[in-house]
Ligand binder design. Structure first.
Ligand SMILES: [Zn+2]
Length: 297
């Protein structure tokens, strides 16, 4: 096997490549060992994903949604205690008895116990900073990997030959931008399509659920020429905690997607017709309700 990014032999590589990091709650979308070599896997983990997840929005979002780290720990976020003029890293979690806050500060603990502190403020950061090079490279990585993912394991050889071996390597720019930061920054489109914590109902199965992330490819322009050649403009669309991000897989320009949105009244390509938004808890509570939480029934 050879690595889909650097082309080096990856037969002995052990890394399983998660398209979206496990620290963003992804357990379903990954490429088996050998697709991405240990070196490239490590590079993305440290230089792209870790950088991205330590940005203020992601710390804040993961903390309030109780998305655990890869090691199963809660994300700590800085909270302000105005009456004590102090701040402290706090771990928040939903329990049967309400919200529990854990922190390591004896003075604050004593003040709270004595009833001298009644307020704790967190900084609610609703959206990631945009444009954002790390986000853009992360999207490029996800798009490229998701492409290989949907092709399936049995097409691995064919894909690698088509992509890495051929002269017409359509995804080369995307791949090298993700892995090496080559070329100018790729534009992407970012917008909120639903609130954090919105619950959906699937009518055919009648189940309630919240969506942490979903993704797909959108073919916006498709032309077949008389000589059989096909020209297509393909966008990778991903939604993480209610925010939709879109990047073109063959061009660093995103204006085509924006035009597509205008033509389609701004409806997200991710919208599933069998899925209807039933209610929003985010207006009253910014914390995502867990699927097994009895409050949603
Ligand atoms: Zn590699």
């Amino acid at each position: 096997m050879e690595c889909i990014f650097c082309h080096k032999d990856s037969s002995t590589s052990k890394s399983i490549e998660h398209i979206i990091p496990e620290s963003l709650g992804n357990k379903d979308y990954f490429l088996p060992a050998g697709y991405v070599c240990d070196e490239c896997n490590h590079y993305f983990a440290i230089k792209v994903e870790k950088e991205l997840l330590s940005q203020p929005y992601f710390v804040s979002m993961r903390s309030r949604n109780e998305i655990l780290t890869k090691k199963g720990k809660f994300v700590r976020e800085k909270m302000i205690f105005p009456s004590a003029l102090k701040s402290c890293e706090v771990e928040m979690r939903t329990t049967r008895n309400g919200l529990m806050a854990a922190f390591n500060d004896t003075e604050l603990y004593e003040l709270i116990k004595a009833g001298k502190i009644r307020t704790m403020i967190s900084s609610y950061i609703p959206e990631p900073e945009c444009p954002n090079t790390i986000m853009s490279r992360f999207l490029a990585k996800c798009a490229y990997e998701y492409f290989l993912y949907i092709m399936g394991k049995d097409k691995y050889n064919l894909c690698v030959q088509e992509l890495l071996g051929s002269k017409i390597d359509t995804l080369k720019d995307l791949r090298e931008y993700a892995r090496y930061g080559k070329g100018k920054d790729w534009q992407y489109n970012q917008r909120r399509i639903y609130s954090e914590g919105d619950c959906f109902i699937n009518q055919s199965e009648n189940i309630h659920y919240e969506i942490l992330h979903e993704m797909k490819f959108l073919t916006a322009e498709y032309k077949r020429y008389p000589n059989g050649k096909v020209e297509a403009e393909i966008y990778f669309i991903i939604c993480i905690a209610g925010i939709e991000y879109a990047i073109c897989i063959s061009d660093s320009d995103i204006s085509g997607y924006q035009k597509w949105l205008e033509k389609h009244n701004g409806i997200s390509p991710l919208t599933d017709e069998t899925e209807t938004l039933i209610f929003s808890l985010s207006n009253v509570n910014s914390i995502l309700i867990k699927k097994d939480d009895d409050r949603i029934y």
